[in-house]
Write a protein that binds this ligand. Structure first.
Ligand SMILES: Cc1cc2nc3c(=O)[nH]c(=O)nc-3n(C[C@H](O)[C@H](O)[C@H](O)COP(=O)(O)OP(=O)(O)OC[C@H]3O[C@@H](n4cnc5c(N)ncnc54)[C@H](O)[C@@H]3O)c2cc1C
Length: 575
């Protein structure tokens, strides 16, 4: 049974009602027709701004929902909010366009490791994917189109970085500070990305390196690589795409490899015109294709999470792939991992090994330790002269930057709260942070399938939560500490058997203490089940005003209504 937390709100009810009736710039009134929203939004927002300025020049705009980020997570949230009839929301984005990961990672060779018919929204199939594994430009274009087709443009606020979000206990709302002004919101959806903030190791001497330095996700396209001596630091998923793309152009490529990765063949091919026409005319065929891709990946989950021994067979395939790609036994030895396949992300490439074996490539089997002028010193003591350094060293994942910017009901930030490791209830909500919903929160990552499946599951949960709040007449909800603890105890118990814990590697899935707070130890189907509906017994509710009785339990019929509202939506074909 849900308990209620009543809070005194002196003069808040009046002020709150007044504020709530004011629509924030860019927020679209409920009922606006999706296709019209894009046209009318700008006009409407200008009118609303003018009105707000005339009445109260310093008023802080209020929205029902503030979404942070406009990648797959933020755009997906926008679509689902609109479909649930919630149009009073803004999407706050620090960059100047949508796309998230697929805007920021424009490095040579950048492409998806999951087939595009699965790495796309279920509600926005694209019959025109050009390849089975699409490249970054195509995925970015797809997201731009999603923003257009689903009428999200009026909600988008670019060049608006959220620098702080603080829960206001008195007024039961979020106070949000951005680089483009302040906002208040009933609820915040954090879709700021699990891999959005690049990590460059602190290396002695790096500041005085005379050449060019950049991270794989902030590629400098103005820097000519031709003939240059380039260092690639790191051998993860981005590096495996960058190395074969730049090796033919550069004079010399020096790859600093702390740990080799297991690599499997990439079954990529162009999608034929016939297939595209078929998928366009008979959407059921695209659905069947997506279903098959989904099922094949779900079948692999058991090996990753319960029976890592089954991965031996896959490891043999990877060994053969290495033998086929690298003739030199000394180089093969350097490139052979000493941990079980799957423990770190498995890379897919047909061109990585040949590029590493090329005459102008040197693999240094050690990390980069120090920079002395233009000389790079590896952990094994070897020295290498270079003109440019490309860091493929990953992202701030277990120390997400958003963590030190968000402060909950008792003034504590996520960063402080998560000193012992990130945790949430069902990857979505955190005790002490009312109405704060993560998209790709703690333990929602995947080792083998499409993150879009996880994002859509979390959006089901979000919409169900907002719908239930409305039905009950409550202002906010937060998980009970007990429910959150129980969820994480069970999750970590399951984690113990996975290949990520037993495979003998140290991956970016683990935090400083060695705890895996990144991956979901189960199938995407089980996560979908776990997030289909909000279980109110796991939550404390905060009521709109003092004089309201304790919230009623949801009746069976209202619960049904809530779930059907969350599941609404026809399919938009992105042709
Ligand atoms: C190179 C690369 C390849 C990948 N390949 C795959 C793959 O093959 N399969 C797969 O499933 N996943 C892959 N991923 C993971 C990918 O990140 C997710 O699949 C998905 O794109 C995440 O979407 P998102 O919206 O949650 O985050 P993002 O796409 O990262 O979007 C987050 C957005 O939030 C914005 N933002 C961040 N902080 C703030 C702030 N404070 N204020 C305002 N805005 C902010 C960012 O600018 C960004 O636009 C890959 C990731 C990378 C980096």
């Amino acid at each position: 049974m849900a308990s209620s937390t009543k809070r005194p709100r002196p003069r808040a009810a009046e002020a709150s009602a007044q504020d709530r009736s004011r629509t924030a710039p860019g927020a679209v009134e409920p009922g606006a027709v999706e296709s019209e929203a894009a046209d009318s939004g700008a006009v409407e927002s200008e009118a609303v701004v003018a009105e707000a300025e005339a009445v109260e020049p310093e008023a802080v705009p209020h929205v029902r929902v503030a979404v942070i980020g406009s990648g797959f997570g933020g755009l997906g949230a926008g679509v689902r909010l609109r479909r649930a009839g919630i149009t009073d929301f803004v999407v706050l984005e620090r960059a100047d366009s949508v796309g998230g990961t697929w805007r920021d990672n424009s490095y040579p060779g950048c492409a998806c490791d999951v087939p595009s018919h699965l790495y796309s929204f279920s509600f926005a199939p694209n019959p025109d994917w050009p390849r089975s594994f699409s490249g970054q430009p195509d995925i970015r274009a797809y997201l731009e189109k999603v923003a257009d087709v689903f009428g999200l443009r009026p909600h988008l606020r670019f060049n608006t970085e959220v620098t702080e979000a603080r829960w206001d206990v008195e007024r039961t709302r979020w106070q949000i500070t951005t680089t483009a002004g302040r906002w208040t919101a009933d609820a915040v959806v954090a879709a700021a990305g699990p891999l959005a903030d690049p990590q460059i190791p602190e290396l002695p001497g790096l500041d005085s390196f005379p050449g060019k330095v950049f991270h794989s996700s902030r590629w400098d396209h103005d820097f000519p690589l031709a003939g240059k001596r380039v260092a690639m630091v790191g051998t993860g998923a981005s590096a495996a795409q960058i190395v074969p793309a730049i090796q033919p152009q550069v004079g010399k490529l020096t790859v600093f490899q702390r740990t080799p990765a297991w690599v499997l063949p990439r079954r990529d091919r162009a999608i034929t015109e016939l297939e595209k026409r078929l998928h366009g005319r008979f959407p059921i065929t695209a659905k069947a294709r997506r279903g098959t891709l989904f099922a094949l990946r779900e079948l692999q989950v058991d090996a990753f999470v319960r029976r890592p021994g089954l991965l031996k067979l896959v490891q043999r395939l990877a060994e053969r792939h290495l033998a086929d790609g690298v003739a030199d036994p000394a180089l093969r030895a350097k490139l052979t991992p000493d941990y079980r396949i799957g423990c770190k992300r498995i890379l897919l490439s047909n061109t990585y090994y040949p590029a590493l074996a090329a005459a102008n490539t040197e693999v240094v089997p050690a990390g980069l330790r120090e920079v002395r002028g233009s000389t790079l010193v590896a952990a094994d003591g070897s020295e290498h002269e270079v003109d440019a350094i490309v860091f493929g060293t990953g992202f701030h994942v277990t120390d997400m930057p958003m963590g030190s910017r968000v402060f909950g009901a008792d003034g504590t930030s996520f960063a402080e709260k998560w000193k012992e490791g990130m945790e949430a209830l069902r990857g979505s909500t955190v005790h002490g942070f009312p109405n704060f919903f993560f998209v790709i929160g703690p333990n929602t990552g995947l080792g083998n399938s499409s993150m879009i499946l996880m994002i859509e599951s979390q959006l089901n949960y979000l919409i169900d939560a907002l719908t239930k709040l409305d039905e009950i007449g409550a202002t906010a909800m937060q998980p009970t500490a007990r429910a959150q603890r129980r969820w994480n105890l069970e999750l970590q118990h399951r984690m113990d058997r996975t290949v990520w814990s037993t495979g003998g590697c140290r991956s970016w899935y683990l935090d400083k203490s060695g705890k895996n707070t990144v991956l979901w130890p189960g199938s995407t189907t089980s996560f979908r089940r776990a997030t289909r509906k909000v279980d109110l017994t796991e939550y404390e509710l905060i009521l709109r005003s003092d004089d309201r009785a304790a919230p009623p339990a949801l009746s069976a019929s209202s619960a049904r209504a809530a779930s059907s509202a969350a599941a609404t939506g026809t399919e938009e074909v992105m042709a």
